[in-house]
Design a binder for this molecule. Structure first.
Ligand code: FAD
Length: 400
């Protein structure tokens, strides 16, 4: 594996940078830099369209479905440059989660109906796996799908559905048959989120936002052709999808951008009348995190490089998930530390989103920092709790 940039990679990076310079504007960058979960979808959809026009929206998909055929290093360069430039973060549920499931396991009709709108940012997707009684123990899910003529009738409740309020489509795990093995009899089905009987209710979060939802399914009628793959076999597809989710959870590009954000805050905030960035104690902490980010970046690249030759459900995805999520928490903790007293106001991004505050007490780097710190307490839970990942590693890597 070659991880160093070749002259070709350098030229590619210049091309990406030129594209970002030409197409991003200051308002979009300012809004993106307020952190995670924008209060509306406009920038993301617009950016998805821009990238689709360029042929770069789903860079990691196979070329026949609109991917680019880039090398792993080029993907990495692209995502990193987008983050560093302040491009809106694309919705990953469609591009990263269900897209690959559809082109790997879906029918031809599903591929041609659903992949193009994902690629162009025209349809956003919700992930309907977890339920009130089924999180870590996902196989105990109860939402049922019963055949009625050409349709399934679906009843149940999903929980923690990220940004479900914005979505046109959802991929849901449902029980189509009861079996003595709980993993058997679970199917994956596509539900149009505007179908009669679907109710989406936002859950107020500790940071004042409502980025996750409850989804109630009450006699929802769904065509049988919306079932993905074989009935009762979704455990295989779900594990494939969750492995991709966990690898993405390492979010190395966000980690790199966070390091820059911390540097920027510390360059402006003062300690004893001097920039905090010059303080030896603070610099030590920043350097320690930088080393952790470097180490994770190399690990992610190594796993990406080896992925085609490995079974996708490997302990590696869980290792990256554990390292990446705990690193995200450490980075936001140091960001809050750099912000000092200004972090005491939970300055939500929606307050700063429409226009800059202009108040010198709350510089442009303030909004979203404390809100993200609070939100990211949950990143060692979503995508599979930390303890459960450790169980997976123990089983797959050490055979316990
Ligand atoms: C912000 C956020 C966004 C989310 N987005 C989505 C989404 O879009 N779609 C979706 O389907 N789900 C989503 N989830 C749900 C997420 O996947 C679950 O929260 C997660 O799987 C844990 O399930 P649980 O919350 O039911 O906790 P539980 O399963 O009840 O676990 C509680 C605690 O018990 C411990 N525990 C459980 N089982 C074991 C075990 N076997 N060994 C050791 N310890 C154990 C874990 O440490 C865990 O923290 C989201 C969650 C959050 C917090």
């Amino acid at each position: 594996m070659e991880l160093y940039m070749t002259a070709e990679d350098e030229a590619f990076r210049d091309e990406v940078r030129a594209f970002l310079r030409e197409n991003l504007n200051e308002d979009v960058i300012r809004r993106s830099n307020t952190g995670m979960h924008p209060p509306n979808e406009d920038d993301r959809r617009w950016w998805n369209r821009m990238l689709a026009e360029k042929g770069w929206a789903a860079s990691h998909w196979p070329a026949e479905y609109g991917g680019t055929g880039w090398s792993h290093v080029q993907h990495h360069i692209f995502e990193l440059e987008c983050r560093l430039a302040g491009a809106p973060e694309l919705r990953w549920q469609g591009l990263r989660l269900i897209g690959p499931v559809l082109y790997t396991f879906g029918s031809e009709a599903q591929k041609s109906r659903y992949l193009p709108p994902i690629l162009k940012g025209e349809e956003m997707w919700a992930q309907g796996f977890s339920e009130p009684g089924a999180g870590s123990d996902l196989a105990s899910l109860k939402t049922s799908a019963v055949i009625d003529g050409d349709d399934y009738i679906i009843n149940g409740q999903k929980l923690w559905t990220t940004e479900g309020q914005y979505c046109e489509q959802g991929f849901f795990l449902v029980r189509t048959e009861n079996s003595d093995r709980p993993q058997k009899g679970i199917s994956m089905i596509i539900i149009d989120m505007k179908s009669p009987g679907v109710t989406v209710r936002q859950i107020p979060m500790i940071n004042g936002e409502g980025s996750t939802c409850e989804v109630f399914l009450d006699n929802v009628r769904v065509p049988r052709e919306n079932l993905i793959g074989e009935p009762g076999s979704a455990w295989v597809y779900a594990k494939f999808l969750l492995s991709n989710e966990r690898t993405s959870s390492a979010d190395i590009h966000k980690a790199r951008a966070d390091l820059e954000r911390i540097r920027n805050i510390a360059a402006h905030e003062l300690k004893d009348g001097k920039p905090l960035l010059g303080d030896a104690g603070f610099r030590r902490k920043l350097a320690a995190l930088r080393i952790e980010v470097d180490a994770l970046e190399w690990s992610v690249l190594r796993v990406m490089h080896e992925a085609p030759s490995r079974h996708p459900i490997s302990a590696c995805a869980s290792v990256l998930k554990i390292r990446g999520s705990s690193l995200q928490q450490k980075l936001t903790e140091l960001m809050v530390e750099a912000l000092g007293q200004r972090s005491l106001r939970v300055y939500r991004r929606d307050e700063a989103y429409a226009q800059p505050d202009g108040n010198p007490l709350w510089p442009a780097y303030t909004p979203g920092v404390t809100a993200d710190l609070m939100y990211l307490r949950s990143c060692t839970i979503y995508g599979g709790a930390m303890e459960v990942q450790k169980n997976i590693i123990a089983k797959l890597a050490f055979g316990f």
